[in-house]
Design a protein around this ligand. Sequence first.
Ligand SMILES: Nc1ncnc2c1ncn2[C@@H]1O[C@H](COP(=O)(O)OP(=O)(O)OP(=O)(O)O)[C@@H](O)[C@H]1O
Ligand SMILES: [Mg+2]
Length: 330
Amino acid sequence: MRLVMDLSAFFESRVCIVSGKGGVGKTTLSAVLAVMAASSGQQVLLVDVEGKSGLSNAFGANPLEYEAVTLSQGVFARNITAEQALLEFFQDHNLNWVSKRLQSMNLVDVIATAAPGIKDILVLGKVKQIERRGTYDLIIVDAPAAGHTLTFLNSAAGLIDAVRVGPVRTQARDVQEMLTDPSRTQVILTTLPEETPVNETVETAEALVDLKIKVGAVLVNGWYSPCPAATVDEIRAAAVTAGTVMPDEEAQALADASSFVNMRHRLQQTQLARLEDMLALPILQLPFLFTADLGRPGIDTLTKALETAITDFETEAPAVTLPSSDGKTA
Ligand SMILES: Nc1ncnc2c1ncn2[C@@H]1O[C@H](COP(=O)(O)OP(=O)(O)OP(=O)(O)O)[C@@H](O)[C@H]1O
Ligand SMILES: [Mg+2]
């Protein structure tokens, strides 16, 4: 199956769900997307659904809570857990006393996990409520790792099948409408240019198309740019030209590092080519930053890299083939 999308609509959907295999950079790239959108004047809400993403660290802020906090100009963030969304649901329906009783009896967790999909629908229901209120131009959801993302995004369809009447069904139906409307929701897939994450990305993209959920782009994180290949002698000569002397061991270490980076780059290119061959989606590379702690400067560097990648894609990409109505590439 081949998929094609138009990058000019990068932030057209008001909800942007960032998904990918564990550890590929979902949280980092959620923050990057938020900073990028905020720099063009948008009010952006970042949503952490697992409560342990460390999303606020890069902004020097405290761990996130249920109430939204400001992380930087135009970027707000909050945690949304199923338990808190459930309590708020009762409060919104003037059932404060139910909410208090549930809390005092520790029953919230029992209810929130009563049926498969309930927890996910509570979280997505809250996202839908925020989207409908229109307080933010863009809501970026730092989704659970890819395997769980599909269960997460399929929870509404599953509950619509399982529950015939009542508020759970209404909630599930509203969430499903939001997820399957490309003007409201898109998924941005994140991956590393390595075999297993690439395979998983392709599987996830195809599963999302089957769920009728728009995939906007794939962000390939951790990209190594090639280094100029140099021998020890060339490095030492360059040092002399620069007016210094480099000991043999240091020149050797630099030569080894450059051949390692080039070897990784070649492997990454093979994986990128596989990805491009299997998915006709905008695929944008983001550099690996050689720093122990990315912090806000790292987020800003990646934001600039993403802006450049988008501009390059728009100017260099061949005319985009649009999918025909049956979902296949024309
Ligand atoms: N482009 C990059 N260059 C260097 N380090 C990076 C880059 N992107 C992410 N990292 C680092 O990689 C680690 C994992 O990133 P991150 O937490 O964003 O991944 P994740 O997909 O959200 O992980 P999890 O599945 O655990 O939620 C972090 O330490 C982050 O600082
Ligand atoms: Mg994360």
